[in-house]
Design a protein around this ligand. Structure first.
Ligand SMILES: *[C@@H]1O[C@H](CO)[C@@H](O)[C@H](O)[C@H]1NC(C)=O
Ligand SMILES: *[C@@H]1O[C@H](CO)[C@@H](O)[C@H](O)[C@H]1NC(C)=O
Ligand SMILES: *[C@@H]1O[C@H](CO)[C@@H](O)[C@H](O)[C@H]1NC(C)=O
Ligand SMILES: *[C@@H]1O[C@H](CO)[C@@H](O)[C@H](O)[C@H]1NC(C)=O
Length: 446
């Protein structure tokens, strides 16, 4: 062995030691890093809580009803008009029975003014602006190979940046297989409009201890657990993660998250989990198919921070091959409004631990199975824990569907005489007609 070889060996072992040391250092500071992130998110969560949640449900219902009245006027005026004249008129006045879409979809310049979407969230996620304040980040590379130093141009590189970003996709079709969970930072929009973006066959997205995230126009297919390992979660930190659950989107201790016009089919665990005190969340215009446990809102009977959880589900189509949990709620306040439930095998809405569930203007089409006609499912029937509030207001129940309201709901109705009525469930089919990602072409309304 020559001197040079020896030197080389020495250098190798030295650098190995340095590497090992730095890795251990990372895991020690890991705890501090996540603790800080958690503390910051918790402060935001307190500020995001609405002391008068019915003001929020009223606001959404009011906005939808304005559209509904416009539509009926048009229908009346349109009796003698040609189809072409009608189409033009509908486009102009925004034909959608859907107050979120009406905010931006009729604008032909959507591609130039993508950030206009940022003012369109309604419900508890209202005010979520995502990456509005930041520059545009173009994802050009669908690969996901380096978990610690992701390549510029990849989705993983985009979501770990500290600055706000409006993330868009360069190619007409981009299929991304996430090698491990994609851990997002705050103030980001993932905007799939204009591309066919599919997150498929790999891990899902983790929204952990962050704020202000919009995910729009993305398809999630066949999500499986990530094996875990070293993963970067922001430009200035990476650390060890255990195996991920296999949720398409996991929202953990976060606030102001808006998921709009996404589609979901098959995930190893849940489609979307909202847990550990997360709040100010809106899920709208999404399309779900082929999945067992769809939405889990609150993961444990002992996570008492979930009492402040406030979530809106609106204009969403629960479609073929779904089984249960649309959603399954614990403790918080849930506004489930103008959704179309066309398929379920066990039940649609489940809950326990004293949740407040306001179901309004939905259409529930029960399955043929005579034992699955009931929309609701109490986790522990006839126990004190069952005392939650379950209201059904202007829902349409079809094919023998039943909705078991709670006694508390009667009292609440008497007190809440100021409730603004939702759009009737008869229109839920129309409101959800465009659920899932839209085909958007530049210079034309989506
Ligand atoms: C790092 O931790 C591992 C396992 O805990 C240990 O075997 C190794 O000796 C540590 N390395 C250093 C440089 O401390
Ligand atoms: C919210 O609701 C409360 C109670 O119903 C009412 O007194 C208050 O004026 C409302 N606030 C707003 C901003 O609408
Ligand atoms: C439609 O046309 C018929 C016959 O021309 C007319 O009687 C009717 O008033 C028209 N309706 C509207 C709403 O304009
Ligand atoms: C997100 O953006 C807001 C507004 O610019 C800023 O106050 C906040 O600190 C940002 N959040 C994080 C975690 O960087």
């Amino acid at each position: 062995m020559g001197k040079q070889d020896l030197l080389f060996l020495l250098l190798c072992s030295l650098s190995y030691a340095v590497l090992a040391l730095s890795q251990n250092t990372t895991s020690e500071s890991d705890e501090n890093y996540w603790k800080l992130r958690e503390e910051k998110a918790k402060k935001g969560i307190q500020g995001a809580y609405h002391p008068h949640p019915f003001n929020v449900t009223n606001h959404l219902n009011f906005r939808t009803r304005i559209l509904q009245s416009r539509w009926s006027e048009d229908e009346h005026v349109g009796i003698n008009s040609t189809r072409r004249a009608l189409a033009k008129r509908y486009k102009k006045s925004c034909m959608f029975f859907n107050a979120i879409d009406a905010c931006w979809r009729c604008q032909a310049d959507w591609e130039k003014k993508r950030r206009k979407l940022a003012k369109c969230a309604l419900g508890f996620g209202r005010g979520t602006t995502g990456g509005k304040a930041g520059r545009k980040y173009l994802v050009t590379d669908p690969t996901d190979n380096d978990m610690v130093n992701p390549k510029p141009g990849t989705l993983r590189h985009a979501v770990i940046q500290l600055e706000p970003l409006w993330i868009v996709f360069a190619h007409p079709v981009m299929v991304i297989r996430l090698n491990q969970e994609l851990i997002m930072t705050s103030n980001k929009t993932i905007d799939g409009r204009g591309s066919h973006v599919v997150i498929e066959g790999g891990a899902g997205i983790t929204v952990q201890y962050v704020e202000n995230v919009i995910i729009h126009g993305i398809r999630f297919v066949d999500i499986v657990p990530g094996s875990g390992g070293m993963i970067r979660d922001s430009v200035n930190h990476y650390g060890f993660r255990t195996e991920s659950d296999g949720d398409a989107i996991s929202i953990f201790g976060s606030h102001h998250v808006w998921i709009d016009h996404c589609s979901f089919s098959k995930a190893a665990d849940g489609i979307i989990d909202v847990i550990k005190g997360s709040t100010a969340v809106t899920i709208s215009n999404c399309h779900m198919t082929n999945h067992d446990k769809v939405f889990l809102f609150g993961a444990s009977d002992t996570h008492f921070e979930d009492r402040n959880m406030q979530i809106t589900i609106a204009f969403t189509h629960f479609g073929k091959g779904l089984v249960q949990r649309m959603p399954r709620c614990r403790m918080g306040f849930f506004h489930i409004v103008n959704n179309d439930y066309t398929h379920w095998l066990m039940y649609a809405i489940g809950g326990g631990m004293n949740p407040t569930i306001i179901s309004e203007g939905n259409r529930f089409i029960a399955p043929p199975n005579p034992r699955a006609k009931e929309v609701t499912h109490r986790q522990i029937p006839n126990s004190p824990w069952d005392s939650g509030t379950w209201i059904s207001n202007r829902d349409v129940l079809i094919n023998g569907a039943t909705f078991k309201e709670s006694r508390a709901s009667l009292q609440l109705r008497q007190v809440q005489s100021k409730i603004i009525m939702p759009m009737d469930g008869r229109y839920a089919g129309r409101a959800t007609k465009y659920a899932g990602p839209l085909k958007c072409v530049p210079h034309l309304a989506c």
